[in-house]
Design a protein around this ligand. Sequence first.
Ligand code: KPL
Length: 314
Amino acid sequence: MESNSTKPKPHWHILGAGAIGCLFASFLIRSGHSVTLLVRDGNKAGLFDKQACIRVDSTTDQSEEWTCQAKPSEEVNYTIDSLMVCTKAHQTLAALESIKHCLTPDSTIILMQNGMGVYEQIQQHIPGLNIFHGSTTEGAWQQSPFHIVHAGVGTTQIGSLSGKPANNILSKFITSLQILGVDIGFSQEIEKILWRKLAVNCAVNPLTVLYQCRNGELLDNQQTRQTISLLCHEITAVANAWDHADWLEQLEEDVLTVIRKTAQNRSSMLQDHLRNTPTEINFITGYLLDLAEKQNICCPENQKLYNHVKQLQG
Ligand code: KPL
């Protein structure tokens, strides 16, 4: 399928062709943008003549295919104006380093990682970039290279940790996706949104690795329910110490709601673990524990889960 819009729109590059990268590529193509997927070596196999065919299956048995340009990131040697970074948190710095010669202070960059701490890394190693942050609850998983399942419709918020307003490119991006019906917006509260996502991920993801279970199964027994409660208590104490008490009001209730809504999902951390690839634990529980340590707060339940996941990774 090709988009029928003829109006020229900004050309987006997407670094990272996993589930979220392919999902947003499909949204952009549907809304009339041209897209280039920047892939790693392992994904080259799915490319045909510098093109990728993205297949998006939905849970209602519908399936769509979208074609876009695709190339290994090391082959890019021109300026990139608009970039969405959908790599895993631990891969982001290296992935950006590989194309930093293509980025200028005017390039609009959206980081879409789980967890927190990537921004600090980038500021330290590649300062001066024009970075925005995205947080999404869209549910998608990868069946095979360029073939994804859009398992649940969610909300996406974009914002800037330094308080910048949306620029022209970003406003066009958001408006075009909204016209398609995608629930997306620009938020002045992105730090709070990222913290809340971090808190939910700390309470859910490593626990699903410990019990090797789907999210919903965490509610099946008293012991995991109690652990969730303790984890939430610790996470809230860390937020309080950093003056973010109001960001995590009713955290436990929010966590239980997310678990019920995503009951059939395997968390992203469990999926990484089952695929034998590194998890984002350093940017989720690891980030929380660093903040806790700086304020002399003990988080024994989070620490136990962190140690367990790290030990599994070897
Ligand atoms: O964001 C998630 C993840 O798996 O990383 C949750 C909310 C836990 C849904 O699975």
